[in-house]
Design a protein around this ligand. Structure first.
Ligand code: PLP
Length: 315
């Protein structure tokens, strides 16, 4: 819906981080846009906002940011660049429900923002998501696109006496059953988020001495960001170490996992665009591990995860 609302069409360019899920880019690729990938930074998987202005051309239409692990990107610098070039800013806040940037919730910064309620996210309806429209310029059209391109919403509210096909659209709405499931999740949101943050903080303090010894890097939180305990990640020094640690954890019954493969190097993009070098994005593809994090993870089990990581590095 963001890509349709932003009027993205063939030949337009959209700036997107490479280290993200395919959904971030797919919405724009489907509209015929050329995806211009930005690297991550040495500090975190979030996009390197300092590179963005050099990537803007007369064809650039939008900048899409991803708040990886629910940790805010530097929105101030993105908004400054976007305003200078009159670009649409879209926040992929799929990970970011309940996170803040200087006290303001993620999803409140872009013209448009999206959240995911996929089963892997903090709050879930199995599949599903939410579009946040911050610029009222998009309000009416968003209602129409959401209702399969019709003004059925205006019909239901009595503003028109029949509804018609007005625009492109699709069946973007959830079923009642999905919405009921989501409501129950939202009612428990405070306790879900508190439990996740407690686990997240215990990983951070529990593994800190390995970080101090220079053996790995833990999730990085800039001072402007307040996270939501979505993902706890650590970054190993090489692909070899990462893979041995993963299999060590898995052998001990711990379901730690890696994460995204850089989109700029995906078969889909390689078949269509010239290959870029984005070393930090590849670094996180090769070296990042996500540790088990779910509300009912017990203290005992979490201590076991931390101990197994210490055992790995001791060996
Ligand atoms: C989960 C996720 C999405 C959305 O995925 P859907 O399956 O479409 O809900 C988008 N972006 C990122 C970064 C994600 O992790």
């Amino acid at each position: 819906m963001c890509a349709i609302l932003a009027n993205i069409s063939h030949g337009d360019e959209v700036i997107i981080p490479s280290y993200t899920f395919v959904s971030t880019a797919n919405a724009f690729a489907r509209q015929g846009a050329r995806i211009v990938f930005v690297d991550s930074t040495s500090d975190s998987p979030n996009m390197d906002t300092a590179q963005v202005s050099s990537m803007i051309t007369p064809r650039t239409k939008a900048i899409v940011v991803v708040h990886y692990g629910g940790i805010a990107c530097d929105m101030e610098s993105i908004i400054r660049v976007a305003q200078r070039h009159q670009l649409v800013v879209i926040e992929d806040a799929a990970h970011g429900l309940g996170s803040c940037l200087r006290g303001q919730p993620l999803g409140a910064f872009g013209h448009l923002a999206t959240f995911s309620f996929h089963e892997t996210k903090n709050i879930t309806s199995g599949e599903g998501g939410m579009l946040v429209v911050n610029d009222p310029v998009f309000d009416d059209r968003a209602d129409i696109i959401w209702e399969k391109g019709t003004n059925r919403k205006a019909f239901y509210s009595g503003e028109v006496d029949k509804y018609n096909w007005l625009d492109v659209g699709s069946s973007f709405l959830p079923s009642e059953i999905t919405a009921a499931f989501l409501l129950a999740q939202l009612e428990s949101m405070t306790s879900i988020q508190e439990k996740r943050m407690a686990i997240w903080n215990r990983y951070l303090t529990g593994l800190d001495s390995l970080q101090k010894r220079g053996l790995l890097k833990l999730a990085y939180v800039p001072d402007f960001a307040t996270p939501n305990g979505h993902i706890f990640y650590m970054v190993c020094d090489s692909l070899t170490t990462r893979n041995s640690l993963l299999s060590f954890l898995n052998k001990h019954g711990i379901s730690a996992v890696f994460h995204y493969q850089s989109l700029h190097a995906s078969p889909f993009i390689k078949g269509r665009q010239s290959v870029q070098q984005l070393p930090w994005s590849d670094h996180y593809s090769n070296c990042l591990i996500r540790l088990p994090l779910f509300p009912d993870l017990t203290l005992e089990d979490q201590n076991c995860v931390i101990q197994v990581i210490y055992d790995f590095y001791a060996a």
